[in-house]
Design a protein around this ligand. Structure first.
Ligand code: FES
Ligand code: FE2
Length: 375
């Protein structure tokens, strides 16, 4: 089969490269190191900007064991605050989402913070020597918005978001991602390590036995990659018919997103964005998985299906053909991720070299190890 034009290639793998040792998937000490060296030091996707549509709207995000409140301010900007009161440290808010009336009030002694994190009132503190309200704003994490996704950075010394994401600047412009809206969200608790979920996403070697429905619409060997090193990995697979999509019928009645045209009408693009976002761009919708490691063998995966709001407002809009297709495919994936996790615990886990269909896994493993070990 000839190579397509452009920079897209079939995956390749270094000679002799093998999967990670089993302890990387199972050892609590490795898990703690990952929390410290990866999730606390790099930009981590936590959701979509539309989850905080108006001032006071918030949701809770958990990153590297921290609870954060993502809050839209009066000035229209979103912030990420540690969910920790500056008085004696009580958790400020125990709900996963909602809207603060005008301020954030600690339930313990009623210290009250503005939506900008500034401490507004602190009862009975006026007589406390050396106390100045200005010295006690809520602690902030960095927050960046990219294509409608929100990313938290706990490490103030880390690379600025714009630099870290420069390789992706403009790459997905045709899909008009920031204007898309969520039609459906499903949370999955996958009894597997977070890296298994990304590795499984990064190959279609498993597609013929695991995803017969997917293979009827998109050949398992059609994958071509353009990003094959570093924190962003992926490429596209081909749809059997232009004008179709990955749906329960293989058809779609929705128009293409944004400026999607030409050969992109017969492709689905898949990118793994280190360490926790999997972005799947179809002609007529976008699916995004965000991963939150909970334990070495447990990952919370949140899957959202994003559509053009004009299409969503039209008569008869129904996302279920896309949602049901991928909900089935997701569950097929989680099942094999869980099988892989079970095997990684065994004394008999001595994996074979990666195949040439697993080049992205080798690239992911190398990036992961580089970041785990720090500079
Ligand atoms: S711990 Fe929040 S007001 Fe006391
Ligand atoms: Fe799969």
């Amino acid at each position: 089969m000839g190579e397509p034009p452009g920079d897209y290639r079939r995956p390749s793998v270094r000679d002799g490269a093998r999967p990670l040792a089993g302890s990387y998937y199972t050892d609590p000490a490795v898990f703690r190191e990952e929390q410290e060296w990866i999730f606390a030091r790099h930009w981590v996707c936590v959701g979509r900007a539309e989850q905080v549509p108006v001032p006071g709207a918030y949701f809770e995000a958990q990153v590297a064991g921290e609870s954060l409140l993502i809050v839209r301010g009066d000035d229209g900007l979103a912030s990420a605050f540690y969910n920790v009161c500056r008085h004696r440290g009580a958790r400020l808010c125990n709900r996963v989402q909602g809207r603060f009336p005008a301020a954030i009030r600690c339930p313990y002694h009623a210290w009250t913070y503005g939506l900008d994190g500034g401490l507004r009132t602190a009862p009975n503190m006026d007589g406390t020597e050396g106390f100045d309200r200005d010295d006690y704003p809520l602690a902030r994490a960095r927050l960046a918005e990219w294509e409608g996704f929100l990313f938290v950075g706990l490490d103030r010394a880390a690379e600025p978001f714009e630099e870290a994401f420069a390789p992706l600047a403009g790459k997905f412009a045709a899909w008009h991602l920031s204007g898309l809206r969520e039609a459906r969200r499903i949370d999955y608790d996958v009894r597997s390590n977070w890296k298994q979920v990304i590795e499984n996403y990064s190959e279609c070697y498993h597609c013929p036995p695991v995803h017969p429905q997917l293979c009827r619409l998109s050949p398992a060997t059609s994958g071509r990659n353009d990003l094959t090193e570093g924190p962003f990995l992926g490429g596209y697979s081909t749809l059997n018919r232009a004008g179709g999509s990955l749906t329960t019928t293989g058809h779609t009645s929705r128009p293409p997103l944004g400026e999607v045209a030409g050969e992109d009408l017969a492709r689905v693009y898949y990118y793994a964005i280190f360490p926790s976002l999997l972005l799947s761009l179809h002609p007529d919708y976008v699916m995004a998985h965000t991963l939150r490691p909970i334990e070495p063998g447990l990952t919370r995966v949140t899957c959202v299906w994003l559509f053009d709001p004009v299409t969503m407002a039209g008569p008869g809009f129904d996302p279920s053909d896309a949602v049901e297709f991928w909900d089935l495919t997701n569950r097929q994936d989680w099942e094999v991720c869980e099988l892989a996790q079970l095997g990684a615990r065994s004394r008999a886990y001595h994996p074979a070299p990666y195949s040439n269909a697993e080049g992205l896994l080798d690239a992911f493993d190398r990036e992961y190890l580089r970041r785990l070990k720090g500079p």
